[in-house]
Design a protein around this ligand. Structure first.
Ligand SMILES: NC(=O)c1ccc[n+]([C@@H]2O[C@H](COP(=O)([O-])OP(=O)(O)OC[C@H]3O[C@@H](n4cnc5c(N)ncnc54)[C@H](OP(=O)(O)O)[C@@H]3O)[C@@H](O)[C@H]2O)c1
Length: 323
């Protein structure tokens, strides 16, 4: 059984950050399901670092659900470039969005999208469990961002106690798919490799060098599954609290590179540069709670998700070239 369209028909949903990668997918899917979707972002004139702007955006939209995808973040290079701004902006975005919601109407349902970097860098058995969010320090490569999301989870818990605001904090695994960021500074592992292998394929390069030893494992979630899982949570178990959505399976950077190069059709050599940073060794979400609560796990195999992403990228780039 898929997402229940009847539940979303005519429902007013505010997607904060609805112009971004995940927010855009939420907005498109919810519109398909018949919801009345409003988005807010700086590009649309709403800066959620400003508490008044956050309150006005929520008052104007009069939503019954707010899905918060607003964030100032990027890949490894973006982290290197402005770590302080990332900490500052995201702390304000998180605090002000939920506080504005409770001021406007504490009965609005709040869904906050959380990245796995909020978890301890060295989780027990290499798996991130909801009950162990605060069990250890975050990885120093992204603790400036992760701390803002840990704060958001705490804020949600305490706002539930003090104001009765019902919220769900959904931790998504590394999500990829159409409309992802493919530029050199903002891209995450899969989008970055897809761009590199496509370029190597087109130019006939004999070798692609991948950062790190190829051993780091990631839990890669296709974006349609991320959206589907989150909407199911909102529909079926609105009081889930903190909940992981991922595949629960680690794919090594070597396997990712081989899958991507296979889909792209690149036939040259793949080598690994061990002197380059590779981030935490394992980032795998434990999805036992997801299984128990929804009886559902993300169904899209990696190669299929990569194929859809490649098709979208090629269409988008040829449309851009023709324009
Ligand atoms: N992508 C993933 O793999 C992944 C996985 C797990 C969790 N998440 C989490 O999901 C959320 C969304 O990620 P994403 O990849 O979709 O990010 P994204 O593509 O960078 O989108 C971020 C959105 O936030 C808006 N924004 C940034 N600063 C803002 C501000 N001050 N006020 C209002 N809006 C602001 C951006 O628009 P403007 O720049 O126009 O303001 C954009 O619409 C983040 O919290 C992220 O940590 C992402």
């Amino acid at each position: 059984m898929g997402t229940d369209a009847a539940r979303w028909q005519g429902k007013r949903v505010l997607v904060a950050g609805g112009t971004g990668f995940l927010g855009g997918h939420f907005a498109r899917r919810l519109r398909q399901l018949g919801a009345e979707v409003t988005s807010c972002s700086r590009g649309e004139g709403v800066d959620l670092r400003d508490p008044l702007a956050a309150r006005e955006a929520i008052s104007r939209a009069r939503p019954t659900v707010v899905i918060n995808c607003a964030a100032n973040q990027g890949g490894v290079a973006y982290q290197e470039e402005c770590p302080g701004t990332i900490l500052y902006d995201n702390t304000l975005i998180q605090l002000h969005t939920l506080d504005a919601l409770r001021q406007v109407d504490p009965t609005i349902r709040y869904v906050n999208i959380i990245p796995a970097c909020a978890y301890p860098a060295e989780p027990r058995d290499g798996a991130y469990r909801e009950s162990e969010l605060e069990a250890g320090p975050m990885h120093p490569s992204a603790d400036n961002y992760g701390v803002t999301k840990r704060l958001a989870v705490l804020q949600a818990r305490h706002y539930a106690r003090q104001y009765g605001v019902a919220s769900t904090c959904v931790v998504l695994a590394n999500t990829y798919g159409p409309h992802d960021h493919f530029g050199p500074t903002r891209s995450h592992v899969l989008a970055a490799l897809l761009e590199r292998f496509r370029e190597a394929h087109h130019t006939g390069a004999s070798e692609v060098v991948v950062w790190g030893r190829g051993l780091a494992e990631r839990d890669l979630l296709y974006v349609d599954d991320a959206i589907e899982g989150t909407l199911r949570v909102v529909e079926q178990c609105p009081d889930a609290g903190l909940l992981n959505i991922g595949t629960g399976r680690g794919v090594s950077v070597r396997e990712i590179a081989e899958t991507v190069s296979g889909v792209v059709g690149y036939t040259g050599r793949i080598t690994f540069d061990a002197t380059r940073p590779e981030g935490p060794l394992r980032k795998i979400l434990d999805i036992e709670r997801l299984r128990q609560l929804l009886g559902w796990t993300p169904p899209t195999p990696l190669a299929e998700g990569v194929r859809h992403t490649l098709e979208w990228l090629e269409t988008a780039q040829s449309e851009e070239a023709a324009a």
